[in-house]
Design a binder for this molecule. Structure first.
Ligand SMILES: [Zn+2]
Length: 85
């Protein structure tokens, strides 16, 4: 077995990640913690005002909503009803 160390690993696995405590959910009051958030992207969003979907494209929409408002997807659904497509 050969190890292809260092090959084809550009830009992966070495990105600094951080744990972010979200604001309290406006519905249930619980705070979520997101782990593994890209630290650079988080800084770009939180301090530089970059669009969160551009700064943190690896997060899904529910995770972005948690960072922005702390509100859980299931709590939104309880407030506004299930989303229809
Ligand atoms: Zn909630």
């Amino acid at each position: 077995m050969e190890d292809d160390e260092g090959v084809a690993s550009r830009g992966r696995a070495e990105e600094p990640a951080m744990m972010v405590t979200c604001p309290p959910c406006r519905v249930c009051g619980n705070q979520s913690v997101l782990d593994g958030v890209d630290a650079l992207g988080y800084l770009e969003w939180s301090t530089l005002g970059k669009e969160i979907q551009n700064a943190l494209p690896q997060l899904d929409a529910d995770q972005r909503e948690l960072l922005i408002s702390g509100t859980h997807a299931h709590c939104w659904a309880a407030l506004f009803g299930p989303e229809e497509e």
